[in-house]
Design a protein around this ligand. Structure first.
Ligand SMILES: CC(C)(COP(=O)(O)OP(=O)(O)OC[C@H]1O[C@@H](n2cnc3c(N)ncnc32)[C@H](O)[C@@H]1OP(=O)(O)O)[C@@H](O)C(=O)NCCC(=O)NCCS
Length: 320
């Protein structure tokens, strides 16, 4: 079994406000806030990449939990914006911290990545293959955003969230739900070596309306299913921590599921959509603010490119 024992996060110093965006594309603060709930996002420096964001999130974790990195024997990094095709980001993190005898896996499930990362880490520990796994969700979305595309550039920001899972007699992780609809991938993509999905623009490209509709209906259904699997109703959750894509998506999902807005933990207004980082950032900030506490029950729910979804219901035994 596995339990969460430590969290940390990082967002870059540079702020990109809605007023800044007004000077770059034809948009305005009122439109952006009303359609998305986002007021500003953090943007990595020109020489700051995903591995740097990961390292800074782990530094934050180490400052808060000084001995937590000791004994880490696997690093899982969830990202769609790796610095390089090779080496993977997890090896860059391993090298920076000088962690020996440690596995290194990158996975790409876009905005669902952090929850997929936790799910994989839980599996590695439950199998007995590993004892302590560092999971990081991180994305430098500003490196793949077209800042001339007003339908997309208003949404995304950069950041990283980190967590450590350790072997334990009882599990924090009660129920998981994962799903993907690869047939809908062309609604949200960034091409790599081929153009099989759409025109090769090497920037994040989306059909906003379609993604919006898909997210509202799929996330509502997925969260309903995971709660059913956990034999719980929404009122038994202390916190719902969804991927911070868009406030209107979250409001629509929560309304249908009966989750009050004061039970939603999200870093959306001041970080924007940070893709794989958003749930880790919200979790880490929530613990720092002492909102999220040991003994509480959480539902983490990621959704996005793929189009993927991944949810976990957890009860925190140790994390503080
Ligand atoms: C992108 C998004 C905010 C656009 O909002 P929308 O209400 O769907 O807007 P539409 O695309 O229908 O466009 C409405 C109008 O606003 C305009 N518009 C688009 N972007 C604009 C902007 N940044 N500022 C001002 N006007 C804008 C459009 O051109 C359109 O004008 P028209 O009616 O004259 O044609 C919304 O679709 C969305 O949030 N989708 C989900 C995206 C997402 O979360 N992706 C990541 C998932 S992990």
């Amino acid at each position: 079994m596995s339990q969460l024992i430590a969290v940390g996060h990082y967002v870059p110093e540079r702020r990109l406000t809605n007023l800044d965006l007004e000077k770059m594309v034809e948009t305005n603060d009122e439109w952006i806030v009303q359609r998305t709930g986002i007021k500003e996002r953090r943007i990595a420096a020109d020489d700051e990449f995903t591995s740097d964001l990961c390292i800074k999130a782990v530094q934050n974790l180490r400052e808060r939990y000084p001995s937590a990195l000791e004994g880490v024997d696997h690093i899982v990094v969830a990202t769609m914006t790796a610095d390089n095709y090779c080496p993977n980001v997890s090896s860059q993190v391993q090298a920076h911290f000088g962690i020996s005898d440690c596995g290194a896996t990158d996975l790409n499930s876009a905005c669902s990545g952090f929850v997929y990362g936790l799910t994989v880490a839980h599996g590695l520990i439950c199998s007995g293959f590993n004892q302590k796994v560092l999971v990081i969700g991180a994305d430098a979305m500003s490196k793949i955003v077209d800042f001339k595309d007003r339908t997309t550039c208003i949404l995304f920001g950069d950041g990283a969230g980190a967590a450590i899972l350790e072997s334990a007699p009882t599990s924090d992780f009660l129920v998981s739900y994962t799903s993907t609809q690869g047939e809908l991938a062309s609604n949200l993509y960034c091409t790599g070596l081929s153009e099989t999905i759409g025109p090769n623009r090497r920037v994040i490209t989306q059909n906003g309306r379609e993604v919006f509709k898909w997210a509202v209906s799929s996330v509502r259904k997925g969260v309903g299913l995971i709660l059913e699997k956990a034999k719980m109703d929404a009122s038994q959750l202390d916190w719902f921590i969804p991927h911070s894509a868009n406030q209107r998506i979250l409001d629509a999902v929560c309304e249908k599921l009966g989750i009050p807005s004061d039970k939603v933990c999200s870093a959306l207004p001041y970080s924007g959509n940070t893709s794989a980082a958003s749930i880790g950032i919200a979790l880490s900030e929530g613990v720092l603010d002492q909102k999220i506490q040991q003994g509480q029950t959480l539902c983490l729910y990621g959704f996005g490119g793929g189009l993927t979804q991944s949810g976990l219901v957890c009860r925190l035994h140790q994390l503080n």
